[in-house]
Design a binder for this molecule. Sequence first.
Ligand SMILES: Cc1cc2nc3c(=O)[nH]c(=O)nc-3n(C[C@H](O)[C@H](O)[C@H](O)COP(=O)(O)OP(=O)(O)OC[C@H]3O[C@@H](n4cnc5c(N)ncnc54)[C@H](O)[C@@H]3O)c2cc1C
Length: 404
Amino acid sequence: MRAVVVGGGVAGPVAALALQRIGVDVVVHESHPLTDGERGSWFTVTPNGLDALDAVGALHLARAIGHPTRTNIMRSATGHELGRLPLGAPLPDGTPALTMKRTRLAAALAQECSRRGIEVRYASGLTAAEPTASGTVRASFAGGLAREADLLVGADGVHSTTRRLIDPGAPAGRYVGLVNFGGFTPGGAGSLSDLEAEPAAWHFVFGRRAFFGWHATPSGDVVWFANEPRAQVGPDERTRTTEPEWRARLAELFAGDAGPAAELIRNGVLELAGDNTHDLAHVPSWHRGPMIVIGDAAHAPAPSSGQGASIAMEDGVVLAQALRDSPDVPSAFATYEGLRRARVERIVAAGARSSSSKAPRPLFRPLRDAALRLAFRHVVTEPKLAWMYDHRIHWEKTLVPGAR
Ligand SMILES: Cc1cc2nc3c(=O)[nH]c(=O)nc-3n(C[C@H](O)[C@H](O)[C@H](O)COP(=O)(O)OP(=O)(O)OC[C@H]3O[C@@H](n4cnc5c(N)ncnc54)[C@H](O)[C@@H]3O)c2cc1C
């Protein structure tokens, strides 16, 4: 079987590695040119996502670039602790959730693909694809290249081209009402109090005007992000606002809140500016003929869920298992969808709830803090979230009894 994977983010390379494991001849096409892997935001891969990496023999890549992250600690604008949330049971070898730069993971996974003989083509975005009468798919790419394959896996993110090629009426991503900023403060941990520098944790403040998160790295730097509830950043605002202007505006947003936000922002470097945050809840058709979407292209939880990358990687592995264990592609897609849809849509819904709790309304702030305290005590708790973090794939398990 020949497969084309569209997208060299996280879902694409993991799907390619998993497909190779079941004997598929696979190639990855990424629309961006090859970069140094240093753009953009940081994220946390929780044990369920690390388990997916382990299934394709790539856990060591995340361990090499990630910082252990065991707990989320939530505080109010006045500095009172609202709750703590452990990020799931570590893997059997002791690996807990890991925080890393998204592009570093994508670059490491793509390099691993190349090392295992999987071709990764950059600056080669999918432009068109259509099933053929013989059951294959013919795909065209920027630059004029065309390929015919037995399977096309669209792992091309929330603004997916593949999703529209499968169903021109497919929904687009929804703006969740938050603009995202991410930054890095070299040596920033030196200015944090002991409480603020608690290691292996993400610290969050539900501020008066916006939401702030930071994570002190083992080398004493601080990674941080801010979510501002507001209208989307348009192209004009993006072009005319300089990096120091964004940071000055952001620092002002957190003036008066407890915690180190304003100082970290003033002394830091902005790595992600004015990113309009989208989610994607329900895509009616994930597949048509031999074309299928996975990861954010099929279901994008808001970043507030902390799950997008993890479930995107789970998708890649489960899709390969379904193909391995099914007699043909249509039944593999049906098995895959049956295993994935309820889980991923539940996570998107949780991300949407989490995003809406970040938009403060001044008169309701004390009420919001009280509600959050209750939620972190009774609803958003480790046992209640075990279904999310403690999900494991079990590569050797046969998905369709009697199929192998
Ligand atoms: C600020 C921020 C913070 C986040 N924090 C977390 C977190 O803590 N934990 C977590 O699990 N998730 C987090 N997420 C979500 C996570 O980044 C995504 O869910 C995850 O990257 C989805 O992986 P993917 O491979 O499906 O899509 P992507 O990572 O978006 O990759 C898609 C790839 O496809 C390429 N592409 C697009 N169109 C084409 C085309 N036509 N042809 C070829 N290639 C194409 C893109 O260039 C890209 O490389 C965060 C997201 C943001 C924005």
